[in-house]
Design a protein around this ligand. Structure first.
Ligand code: 4NP
Length: 172
């Protein structure tokens, strides 16, 4: 999987590359992906890449990350405290270069919201960067699950963001 857009030619006037992670509620999967990718980018000093997240739904707007996801992230050394849920809207396509869907239904919704071929070209499945993905590219929704389901999200997210960071480094 290669990144759909050149690193240096977007988001004028600055030259940063902006990534949005998108799930349904923006309280479980996409904030976990945002927190983990942000930590990895900070660790290697890749400051020209920004990452944030949103949900396709509005139910949880303004809420912090799900407490089960928060506890898991803290246990693994990440800081989820700043997160507040937001809803994705079409203008996010103007401010982001890469919009990554956590599952197929998020992808379908993003495609529905998109306004142009330009917008569509920014959308990919998050796990299209997962080197171990076989079959479904969904990050399974942990909302009705337990700790093991949240741990599975983190495992998939850490592996996938490692590969994504490798791609981003080649563009910088
Ligand atoms: P997320 O998980 O999309 O990973 O944030 C969910 C959060 C809330 C709901 C479903 C999934 N919900 O039905 O409220």
């Amino acid at each position: 999987m290669t990144l759909p857009l050149a690193f240096t030619t977007h988001n004028e006037p600055d030259s940063s590359y902006a990534i949005a992670m998108v799930c349904l509620g923006n309280i479980c999967r996409s904030p976990v992906a945002e927190v983990v990718l942000s930590a990895k980018l900070a660790a290697i000093g890749l400051s020209d890449v920004s990452v944030d997240s949103a949900g396709t739904g509005s139910w949880h707007v303004g809420e912090p990350i799900d407490p089960r996801a928060a506890a898991m992230l803290v246990d693994h050394g990440y800081d989820p405290r700043p997160h507040r849920a937001r809803q994705f809207s079409a203008d996010w396509f103007d401010s982001h270069d890469l919009v990554l869907a956590m599952d197929r239904s998020n992808l379908t919704e993003l495609e529905r919201i998109s306004r142009s071929a330009d917008d569509l070209g920014k959308i990919s499945m998050f796990r299209s960067f997962d080197p171990d993905a076989t079959g479904s590219l969904d990050v399974p929704d942990p909302w009705y699950g337990g700790r093991a389901d949240f741990e599975n999200v983190l495992t998939v997210v850490e592996r996938t963001t490692d590969a994504l960071v490798d791609e981003l480094r080649t563009l910088s």
